[in-house]
Design a protein around this ligand. Sequence first.
Ligand code: GLY
Ligand code: MN
Length: 461
Amino acid sequence: MFNKEVYTKRRNKLQTMLSSGVVLILGNNEVSYNYPDNTYRWRQDSNFSYFFGLNLQGLAGIIDIDNNEHIIFGTELTVDDIVWMGSQPTLKENAAKAGINITREYSTLQTYLNEAVNKGRKIHFLPPYRGEHYLELEKLLGINYCAVNRYVSKELVKAVISLREIKEDVEIEEIEKAVLTAYDMHTTAMKMAKTGVYEYEIAGTIEGIALKHNNFISFPVILSINGQTLHNHSHSNLLKEGRMLVVDAGAETELLYASDITRSIPVGGKFNSRQKDIYEAVLAANMKGIENIRIGQNNVDNHIAAVTTLLEHLKELKMVKGNVHDAVMNGAGGFFMPHGLGHQMGMDVHDMEGLGENLVGYDKNLERSTIPGIRSLRMGKKLKKGHVFTVEPGCYFIPELFNQWKSQGMCTEFINYDVVEKYLDFGGIRIEDDVLVTDDKARVLGKPIPKTVKEIENICD
Ligand code: GLY
Ligand code: MN
């Protein structure tokens, strides 16, 4: 945990942002995997951890705005629990670590909330994302689980986003630790990317590296020689000469901060000329996306600039024709790069996405685009100092998308389908870094991970 002052300050700040009422934040409980006692790996709720710091099961946190009271609801372990789980600090001792001196039995939470509701007080809660929390909110607040989303507090959602999206120095340090682990994961993958190795051998090894650092993976590892499938979670292929291995993987620290890095490696460690051409195009887009970052600028403009750079390179390869900016604004970028340039990152790898993708990535001055590619951008809004997000351009040759676009005559004034057809066996390339908006530009977080053709070829050697 951070110092208790960190959590107290966050709760006090939140209190000033809401007019009145009671904030209820549920922590996460164990969830069964294949029989009741065999559970998934447990993970605390990010919002609970942000305001209350305690990465323990069975807790709920209350911030009473009107009475300036912060309370942890939980259950003391019995001797029977201790026999299986060992002795643990008491609820009071744990709550004190988060700067809270009021604790209550979890079984009294319902009565506490009922009393507040009966007095006409508003209970602010965030959108749930686990079935258990829908049922718990139904039990605690008497709202049918199907209707729970209608009662989510928009005021609380907006306040939480505006707090969590500006990273504190202690959070940046955690994210940099997560990138350091990712350095180890990615450089190991580079060294292992040889012909005759199975994807799962590398995926298993790098997941183990995250654990070896007392971290976890921040999302299921994407590692595939079929990198044209953007989120390919299968690891069953044998590596073959001539394929690019896309590795999109990050770590999550003990305090739940993420990294999210992608590198693309030629199997065998040496780029052939075709691979080099596409790689340099994506690298130029990655660097453009990073160089362009400025406080006050809409990140959608960085997306457009990065994709324009990508398409300028593809024009040199004769895959793209015509005015490149017009090509991007007419959706041709979405053919080569169907996803957005990036997303916010912090305690969640797609930070706060559970609070609403558009609320996190867009603001009242900026509507989400409907143009292919640009419409998939998660982080589009005006950049502020302290924002952390990814810059992750890619270039993909997806045969099914090719067939659809070509047969429908999409963007024929900008895409040379005859040339693109020759690349349908290519796969894909993505290059992703995690960046922080500073006073004057962007800082790429963490120890630099090999990225240029030369750096990758050297480490694979
Ligand atoms: N790294 C996975 C993603 O950004 O969706
Ligand atoms: Mn990402």
